[in-house]
Write a protein that binds this ligand. Structure first.
Ligand code: UTP
Length: 287
């Protein structure tokens, strides 16, 4: 069986859609109630059986490193062993976390280039730092769904979700070779098409990339927004290799946008045992 053992989580973007808070707090540390997005992402990777994570951070993002430091003075000064801290320690035992700096936010393609030494000769998964997938009680969800397909056949897999046609201009949109199924072959991908999108299936922050991606990343030039786009490297890959789009399980929220963040927070709160009763009373009152 082919197994994905490594995940790359780029979080070094500027997060301008979430200003002013991203001036001092990394977007991926924004909490869904009390747990930061990045912790959910690591948990998702760990649930998929991934053992090694590389988080790509910017120079001003020591807050991400600090968050996962369970030996800090703050933790040492706590007078009891809190479950919440024990959980982070356990997560770090399940999935090893390391970091690399992206000097400047020059695009997702450039960020992924920083994972070359970490990937070594292996194929690897990518989880974007501002796309949250809520498990909703499922065991296999998000990147786990893609890993299942990779286990059967090692190819490129791009996590997709159906979006409204009016929203296609915000995403990388795939062109199916034939009909759209749960896992379908594609023959093109267009970054943020402003008109005539090839479908309404959008790439939403989950990828399995073959090691050859580093070769294609070296070939591309700055694209949309003057940034090195991962989409452009994938577009080169699919001229030579099989690339599939995979509809993954779990509910996806764009927590890099304000409305997506609010939706994710309410959805998670409605499922949490400690909150759901009081929240539903509050929501009833609002209606
Ligand atoms: P986005 O373009 O959605 O995030 O990148 P952003 O640039 O942080 O946000 P806005 O648009 O200014 O609000 C998708 C993911 O890729 C990471 C981001 O941190 C995010 O998780 N990224 C993006 C990098 O790590 N490096 C980059 O140069 C660009």
């Amino acid at each position: 069986m082919n197994k994905i053992k490594k995940v790359v989580i780029p979080v070094a973007g500027k997060g301008t859609r979430f200003l002013p808070i991203t001036k001092t707090i990394s977007k991926t540390l924004l909490p869904i109630i009390d747990i930061p997005v990045i912790q959910y992402l690591l948990e998702e990777a760990s649930n998929a059986g991934i053992k090694d994570a590389l988080i790509i951070i910017g120079y001003n993002q020591n807050d991400v490193i600090n968050y996962f430091n369970t030996e800090s003075t703050y933790v040492k000064n706590l007078t009891k062993d809190y479950e919440e801290i024990k959980y982070i320690k356990k997560l770090k035992q399940q999935i090893r976390v390391s970091y690399v700096f992206q000097e400047e936010a020059k695009g997702l393609g450039d960020a992924i280039k920083h994972a070359k030494a970490f990937a070594d000769d292996d194929d690897f998964a990518v989880i974007l730092g501002d796309d949250f997938v809520f498990s909703n009680g499922l065991k296999t969800y998000g990147i786990g769904s893609l890993c299942k397909y990779y286990a059967k056949k090692p190819n490129y897999y791009l996590g997709v979700k159906e979006v409204l046609l009016s929203e296609t201009s915000k995403y990388g949109i795939v062109k199916p070779e034939k009909e759209i199924t749960n896992n379908f072959k594609i023959n093109d991908i267009i970054e943020k098409p402003q008109d005539n999108p090839p479908s309404n299936m959008a790439c939403v922050g989950r990828y399995i990339l073959k090691n050859s991606i580093f070769h294609y990343l070296d070939e591309i030039k700055p694209g949309y927004g003057g940034e090195l786009q991962l989409t452009d490297a994938i577009a080169l890959a699919l001229q030579k290799e099989d690339v599939y789009a995979t509809c993954f399980d779990g509910v996806r929220y764009d927590v890099g946008s304000k409305i997506g963040y609010v939706e994710a927070t309410i959805s998670v709160a409605r499922q949490r045992e400690d909150l759901k009763e009081e929240l539903s009373k509050f929501l009833e009152k609002l209606n």
